[in-house]
Design a protein. Structure first.
Length: 114
């Protein structure tokens, strides 16, 4: 009444079980394929970003800037290829905007109190 199987022999699967296993294999292969495509897309994006330079490596080659003698620097900000220096000379506060490459004074803006 009981079937005895040898260790190398596997029991025969029913048609429904084969269908379910077939669907599971297809689903697994689809998922793995999608995962591999995702990894390839991420690797491609990383390689692209690494190969593209930011283009702003040499925006600031300024060697010196001129502010009045005895002035106290309040702040200095470098952005968009320009350097903005805010300083206080006695009772007057001003902001000077310099070109980040040449150091040329672009504009001076006095800060006045209301």
């Amino acid at each position: 009444m009981t079937e005895s199987h040898t260790p190398n022999e596997t029991p025969e699967l029913s048609p429904e079980a084969r269908t379910i296993l077939g669907r599971a294999r297809k689903s697994f292969l689809f998922s793995i394929g999608l995962l591999i495509l995702g990894f390839i897309a991420i690797a491609g994006a990383l390689v692209y970003r690494a190969s593209q330079g930011s283009g702003q490596q040499n925006d600031y080659t300024i060697a010196s800037m001129q502010i009045p003698a005895g002035a106290e620097i309040v702040s200095a900000v470098a952005a968009d290829g320009k350097v903005t220096v805010t300083y206080r000379a006695g009772p007057m506060t001003s902001a000077r905007i310099f070109d980040g490459r040449s150091g040329e004074l672009i504009r001076e803006v006095p800060v006045v109190s209301e």
